[in-house]
Design a protein around this ligand. Structure first.
Ligand SMILES: [Zn+2]
Ligand SMILES: [Zn+2]
Length: 348
């Protein structure tokens, strides 16, 4: 392992995001570039218009669904675990447990192994492959929930709270705010696991990606468009919609809906109150504090690079555990909430 081959010298933060010199590609660049490796389909990682894109087959399918023709010039699929030579580096994608198709990027060059984890979580998610631990020299991580106050309860318990509320208020509908990619399908799958067999009702903006998951073999049960159902028939039913739809005109068609929001941020009571959420569910597709620190221990990297979020706290923790920390402060990350809310417009 040569010192001059240290990843700081060949994996650099640029205005276009992380750039790997010896492989000549960017990872999750915020603007269109010639060569991009994409970790997953969320809008703060996958952008349209790259010349060449390498990603998992599911991530490419998600990009095609979202961007159509603009998904990229040449789309190259790489299955999990399959090594690929890109110029001088060897690269492989391994599951990140975040959303369908989400991957960590493992890059090897000059005797060093770097893992760029993208977004990830360690909690159970029936809709995607679980996070795989890859020991490495440098681990690149996000820290969206990188404070000890963030501890996500098991998602099953949060779903049980939702079903309890449905029992308590049979005359009301439950309107659950979920992001279109990942959260919607995970909440649906968890409801099915908890024994909810009735049809679930969707805002139109959630339909294309739910369909993509179903085509990818994820069982979501019977789904209907909420707009096709008569107003009076929604008592006792569960409806899923993008978070912004909870407070807009669209939601007024349902009988006295209970406003529910599934997000890691629901741990912050004030956020729930501000948004008029009656039943906050702490369900996140990002690692909480315990998952972040567990992962740092398991990958045994001597160095951790933190892309965004609560960088200082995690770097401080790393230092106390003999791990060198570095804040990358990548721009435009962690905006999944805002980005996806812009996509909530329902087709007419
Ligand atoms: Zn994400
Ligand atoms: Zn992200």
């Amino acid at each position: 392992m040569k010192r001059e081959a240290h990843p700081e010298n060949w994996l650099q933060v640029t205005g276009q995001g992380l750039y790997c010199g010896p492989g000549d590609f960017f990872i999750d660049p915020p603007r269109s570039v010639e060569r991009a490796v994409i970790t997953h389909g969320h809008a703060d990682h996958a952008r349209p218009g790259h010349g060449w894109v390498l990603a998992t087959p599911h991530t490419l399918a998600i990009m095609r669904t979202r961007f159509g023709e603009r998904a990229g010039g040449r789309l190259q699929a790489l299955d999990y675990g399959e090594p690929r030579r890109l110029r001088e580096v060897t690269l492989r994608l391994v599951p990140a447990g975040h959303v369908l198709g989400s991957a960590q990027v493992v890059i090897e060059w000059g005797g060093w192994r770097v893992v760029i984890s993208g977004d990830y979580k360690r909690q159970l998610d029936p809709t995607c492959q679980p996070f795989e631990v890859v020991p490495c020299d440098v681990f690149v991580t996000e820290a969206t929930f990188g404070l000890p106050v963030f501890r996500h309860p098991p998602a099953d318990e949060e779903i049980a709270r939702l079903l309890h509320s449905v029992d308590l208020f049979p005359d009301r509908s439950h309107l659950v705010g979920v992001y279109a990619l990942g959260k919607a399908q995970r909440v649906i799958a968890l409801l099915r696991r908890a024994g909810w067999e009735r049809p679930l009702y969707l805002h139109g903006a959630l339909q294309p990606l739910c369909r993509l998951y179903q085509e990818g073999g994820v069982d979501l049960g019977e789904l209907h468009l909420a707009s096709g159902v008569a107003k009076g028939e929604m008592a006792g039913e569960i409806i899923l919609a993008p978070p912004a739809a909870l407070s807009d005109r669209w939601s007024r068609r349902f009988p006295d809906p209970v406003a529910v929001l599934a997000s890691g941020w629901m741990r912050v009571r004030q956020r729930a109150r501000q948004r008029g959420v009656e039943l906050p569910l702490v369900i996140s597709d990002h690692a909480d504090w315990d998952e972040l620190t567990l992962t740092l221990q398991e990958v045994q990297a001597g160095e951790v690079w933190v892309t965004h979020g609560s960088e200082e706290a995690l770097i401080h923790w790393a230092r106390l555990h003999g791990i060198r920390g570095r804040a990358l402060s990548l721009i435009g990350r962690g905006e999944e909430e805002q980005e996806q809310e812009q996509e909530q417009e329902e087709p007419p």
